[in-house]
Design a protein around this ligand. Structure first.
Ligand SMILES: [Zn+2]
Length: 638
């Protein structure tokens, strides 16, 4: 895990470990020139050096001065136990080699073993700079390899600010790349994720101080598009305007985080049955799972269960209030303890639900602290309450307040006191806030959340995160299990129903939410289990249908021996029958194609594996599949 740092010829500095390789070029302003994910494509994602720029307005044109054109000043690199830090100054120059007198960019970068690098860029204007037209903090150019972008917009661009800065859609880069501009906005997104599905990814996220980027409100510019060489360009400009603006003078500090995924060398294990074991319907007395079920679940491969009880499902006031350290009356607490004992005796871990943001109003500290810790999105005094069908989940808090310390202390106390095996985190995403009790201006709590998750990481064996709508490489790099897809199945159940987040990249074990109604037929659950399997994921439920499915699933250990995987939506395996879905696994020794029949009849299909998809090998064949069954076809690599 620890980084190796080497100085190479020509002033290149290489920072690498088993997962990533980064290079900085002292000759080119000290800027980042390489970012490689070793278990991804293994190729440099960047086509040129990262850069910053200031442009002056001359008439209706910009005169651009960029970093990366001359050597860095005072370049220093420090290798510490837990990471590597760099600091240097870059002088911007124009195309003719002329400097912009009095302007310098100061960089502080720290690489951590969680895959993130924290960048602080200070723009020093040591004299008054009149007529600035463009100020670019971080431009990156990528090889044209990504097929999706996922952008989390600032609240002013969203219709439901009370929810948080959710992702609204995954943009297909290849469909939009012909237009040259994929996304262009005068609002700077809080994070941008670029994904090559199932292979590798890259994430840019703003630091928690968003007000720093509001230097020229309404005149910023974000661009995700292609340049004349066909390379993908990601550009954050705090100013990009020909309108008159105030002069630059002084020091302006910006921070952001770049993250590469911690791709594993072989596929992450499947985690069957890792769902909530509490019943939420029927008789309250029977809501704790019968102890006799645990050896049976263990036989299905169950390793971990979730105690998820944040809403008053039975309308009797007995549920775990967010923020409470003693969740239940004594009788119910004893049931919880007995369940934990039996689970542990069967080798099954249990993790409790924690909301990273919600605070229940009946928790004693709420009355005193909530108005100060609250997340605010406007000047209204009312808190942002989230409601369950029969009760309140809680009011939203901001982790830039002392809520962060309270949450960590309560979670630590609970895990230690009851002997849980880790934590399950919901509302696990940074969200924008304007409370001046926390910061002097607009902010979000993304870095604060990630710091909190690093602390949680130390509390037990499992860090299990719910990330529907909030993909985050930085969070996934810390996690063991990721849960996604908490949205209704509006288009029905089929092999391409999930977002790219269901299969994503090979960082952690993946699960999808079970969103079927309680009276859904067993065949629907069976189909859902098949879709999840094709996505190298499991269903987050302990329903009997899944118990049988995972009990019979005798291929899990084989699948995780492969290095490479492609989901059905990549089109990796083409089937002649529309009721058939397929995914593909391979390594140097062989290929495994996994098929599933989504119809309730025997199905006959032909299939084609394209040569570009697996070690350059093409395969064709025919197949008979039993109703609602999966089937694996294996090919040696000759
Ligand atoms: Zn706040």
């Amino acid at each position: 895990m620890a980084f190796l740092v080497q100085e190479e010829p020509e002033g290149i500095f290489c920072i690498e470990n088993e997962f990533w390789c980064f290079r900085h070029d002292r000759k080119h302003g000290g800027e980042l020139v390489e970012a490689t994910v070793k278990n991804g494509s293994g190729n440099n994602l960047l086509t040129t050096s990262q850069s910053c720029a200031v442009a002056l307005k001359t008439g209706n044109k910009f005169h651009v001065f960029s970093t990366g054109r001359q050597p860095a000043i005072d370049f220093s690199i420090n290798h510490k136990i837990d990471g590597v830090t760099l600091s240097f100054y870059s002088i911007p120059q124009d195309n003719a080699g002329k400097e912009l007198d009095g302007v310098v960019f100061q960089h502080h970068i720290s690489y951590s073993e969680n895959g993130s690098s924290h960048h602080q860029v200070i723009l020093h204007a040591n004299r008054r700079i009149e007529n600035p037209g463009q100020i670019q903090i971080g431009k990156l150019e990528f090889a044209n390899i990504f097929d999706y972008s996922a952008v989390r917009e600032e609240l002013s661009e969203q219709c439901a600010g009370e929810n948080g800065n959710w992702l609204w859609r995954w943009n297909r880069i290849h469909e939009e790349i012909q237009r040259k501009t994929i996304l262009l906005s005068r609002h700077l997104p809080l994070s941008v994720l670029l994904l090559r599905r199932n292979v590798e990814a890259f994430e840019f996220s703003l630091g928690d101080n968003l007000a720093a980027w509001d230097l020229y409100p309404g005149q910023a510019q974000f661009l995700l598009g292609t340049n004349s060489a066909g390379h993908l360009v990601l550009r954050y400009c705090v100013l990009d305007s020909l309108r008159p603006v105030h002069a630059l003078e002084g020091a302006y500090k910006f921070s952001f985080r770049l993250t590469l995924p911690k791709i594993r060398s072989t596929l992450a294990p499947l985690v069957p049955m890792a769902g909530n074991f509490l019943r939420r319907t029927g008789n309250f007395c029977d809501r704790w799972a019968n102890a006799a079920k645990l050896p049976v679940w263990r036989e299905t491969g169950a390793q971990i269960l979730r105690l998820h009880d944040d809403g008053d499902a039975f309308g009797n006031g007995i549920f775990w209030r967010d923020g409470a350290t003693r969740p239940y009356p004594l009788e119910e607490e004893n049931k919880m303890r007995r369940f934990l004992d039996v689970a542990h005796a069967n080798g099954i871990a249990v993790v409790p639900y924690f909301s990273m943001k919600e605070f229940h109003p009946e928790v004693p500290e709420f009355r005193k602290e909530s108005s100060v810790w609250a997340r605010r999105i406007d000047s209204a005094p009312e808190l942002l309450f989230n409601y369950s069908p029969k009760a309140i989940f809680g009011a939203q808090m901001c982790l830039k307040s002392d809520w962060k310390h309270f949450r960590l202390n309560t979670v630590r106390e609970i895990v230690t006191h009851y002997g849980f095996d880790g934590v399950y985190c919901d509302w696990c995403a940074g969200s924008e806030c304007i409370s001046r009790e926390h910061e002097c201006g607009r902010h979000w709590d993304n870095d604060a959340l990630l710091e909190e998750l690093e602390e949680f990481r130390r509390l037990g064996r499992y860090l299990y995160l719910h990330l529907t709508g909030t993909p985050s490489l930085a969070a996934e790099n810390l996690a063991d299990i990721i849960l996604t897809e908490e949205q209704p199945y509006v288009d029905g159940i089929g092999p391409r129903m999930f977002t790219p987040h269901a299969d994503f990249v090979n960082i952690a074990s993946r699960q999808v939410c079970e969103m079927l109604s309680a009276d859904a037929p067993d065949t629907e659950r069976r189909k859902l289990a098949l879709v999840a399997l094709l996505h190298h994921a499991t269903i987050s439920s302990v329903h009997d249908v899944y118990q049988k499915f995972y009990h019979d699933l005798n291929i899990s250990q084989e699948l995780v021996r492969y290095q490479h995987y492609r989901a059905p939506a990549t089109g990796v395996v083409q089937c002649s029958s529309h009721n058939c879905g397929a995914s593909l696994y391979w390594n140097n020794d062989g290929i495994l194609a996994l098929f599933a029949n989504f119809s309730e009849k025997t199905l006959y299909t032909s299939y084609h594996i394209a040569p570009e998809n697996a070690s350059g090998i093409e395969r064709n064949g025919k197949l008979e599949l039993a109703p609602l069954m999966w089937h694996a076809v294996r090919f040696p690599v000759l």
